[in-house]
Design a protein around this ligand. Structure first.
Ligand SMILES: Cc1cc2nc3c(=O)[nH]c(=O)nc-3n(C[C@H](O)[C@H](O)[C@H](O)COP(=O)(O)OP(=O)(O)OC[C@H]3O[C@@H](n4cnc5c(N)ncnc54)[C@H](O)[C@@H]3O)c2cc1C
Length: 435
């Protein structure tokens, strides 16, 4: 067996070609998506190249917030995709492999290829995986041309606009699963875009637009929920709460839903278009490491410091962490500075001092030119950046989502320069205090 101990950094971006190799580093980042890449970029400025390893299996990095616009035919998949090699910090080692086993007791991770990585500090940033196969018939539906689509995967997202264009009449149904999800606003954004699209092409009067959500509310923050209920009423969108998709029958174009409050109540809907937000979970390697995770499989962290509750040298960022914020890239942006500062403190023998307030934002796109920019904290209290009421459908916020946020993500956030809008908010609100 070819087991040896080495720093593999000399080859920069090269991936490990050795089976059962043993690596070591000061900081190991598992997952090079939004949160992992942004925080690794910060560490790459203070560590030597061979001190920072990023474990990430994907060849491509996606700016997932753009998926909503791709589904609506507004942006293209190539706008949302870059090669992972291009976005990860140059001053770090990328191992193109995935974590198969976390061993926090021995400060090591075993990879899918059988390598071992020993670390001094670990940042877990594996995000959430999409579990399309948990709903019988769904994968078959997505892979056939029967009106089933989903914005939640790079594989399927382009099919949404095709389904929209093919729609003639009948039910257009949008779902929200009975599991934690990333960007809880996205399942309904595509519903509003569809409504607007059908109006533009003169088919809206032939369509019955239905939003079936497992949640007991349309949105968790009252201010924005009130605004969204108004949008649904004005546009004749039928909202069914506590209604969970349990089966798709693509051959008959039927979707089966269960009432979560009365499980015996099961209803079958016919559909012409069915947009599914799949159930989601953390990756198995994480879920099965019970010493690191809570009962739901999320990395158990202090919600303020984002430090593991059990291992002081372990932190988590983004969708895989147990911090009870809305899982968004915007939240990861606000978290990355906190995680960086706190990990650095622990490295210096101090205690973590920086605190995350639960900030998350959700640009609720309500059509081809409007958006309600929801921003809020752990208390579900609005935490708005701009000195005007953001609880309205605004063209300016749509432009920001479409034009400003993608370059901000690629150029600032992934290079470790964007920590969310707190600074801008403070500046604007000093001049224009909010009532
Ligand atoms: C349709 C859609 C719309 C969205 N809209 C918005 C929006 O408008 N605004 C917003 O702020 N957010 C939005 N989001 C959410 C946002 O994209 C995520 O919250 C954000 O990407 C989370 O970052 P992360 O680093 O936790 O996870 P990710 O960015 O998903 O990265 C996780 C990484 O971990 C890697 N990984 C997984 N398993 C392993 C393993 N075992 N070992 C090593 N690596 C592993 C993956 O390959 C991936 O690269 C949207 C998401 C979707 C899907």
């Amino acid at each position: 067996m070819n087991v040896f101990f080495s720093h593999v950094a000399k080859r920069g971006f090269s991936t490990s070609n050795f089976n059962n190799a043993k690596h070591s580093c000061k900081v190991l980042v598992v997952g090079g998506g939004t949160g992992g890449c942004a925080t690794a970029a910060k560490f790459s400025k203070i560590l030597k190249k061979n001190e920072l390893i990023i474990l990430e299996p994907s060849e491509n990095h996606y700016y997932q917030p753009l998926f909503t616009l791709i589904g609506g035919g507004i942006s293209s998949l190539s706008d949302a995709r870059k090669n992972t090699k291009e976005v990860l910090p140059k001053n770090a080692v990328w191992l193109k492999d995935s974590a198969a086993e976390f061993n926090p007791q021995s400060n090591s991770v075993t990879t899918q290829n059988g390598d071992t990585i020993e670390y001094e500090f670990l940042l877990v940033a594996t995000g959430l995986q999409t579990d399309y196969d948990k709903i019988p018939g769904l994968v078959a539906g997505l892979n056939s041309d029967t009106g089933v689509c989903s914005n939640y995967s790079a594989k399927y997202v382009e099919g949404t606009y095709r389904a929209l264009q093919k729609f003639e009449n009948g039910n257009a149904i949008f779902t929200f699963p009975n599991s934690p999800v990333k960007c809880p606003g996205a399942p309904q954004k595509i519903c509003y875009i569809t409504d607007h699209f059908l109006r533009k092409v003169g088919k809206r009067d032939k369509a019955n637009v239905i939003y079936n959500t497992s949640l007991p509310v349309i949105f968790g923050v009252k201010k924005y929920a009130d605004a969204l209920w108004k949008v649904c009423e004005e546009r004749n969108i039928n909202v069914n709460l506590r209604t969970n998709l349990i089966e798709v029958r693509p051959d008959k174009r039927e979707a089966v839903f269960q009432n979560l409050d009365k499980p015996e109540q099961v209803t079958t809907f016919e559909y012409s278009m069915l947009h599914v937000t799949p159930p989601m979970s953390t990756p198995p390697a994480l879920r099965t490491c019970r010493s690191l995770t809570n009962e739901s499989g999320f990395v158990d962290v202090d919600k303020s410091t984002l430090q593991s509750t059990k291992f002081s040298n372990v932190f988590a960022i983004g969708d895989c962490s147990s911090s009870p914020n809305s899982k968004t890239a915007a939240a990861a942006a606000a978290q990355c500075q906190v995680v960086f500062k706190n990990m650095k403190s622990v490295m210096d023998g101090k205690t973590p001092v920086s605190a995350y307030d639960g900030y998350a934002s959700c640009p609720l796109v309500t059509g081809y030119s409007t958006c309600i920019l929801a921003e809020f904290d752990y208390n579900l209290a609005p935490l708005e950046t701009f000195p005007f009421n953001q609880g309205r459908e605004l063209w300016s916020m749509y432009l920001m989502k479409k034009m400003l946020m993608p370059p901000l993500y690629w150029n600032l956030m992934l290079n470790g320069w964007w920590n969310g809008p707190a600074l801008v908010r403070n500046l604007l609100h000093l001049r224009f205090p909010q009532n």
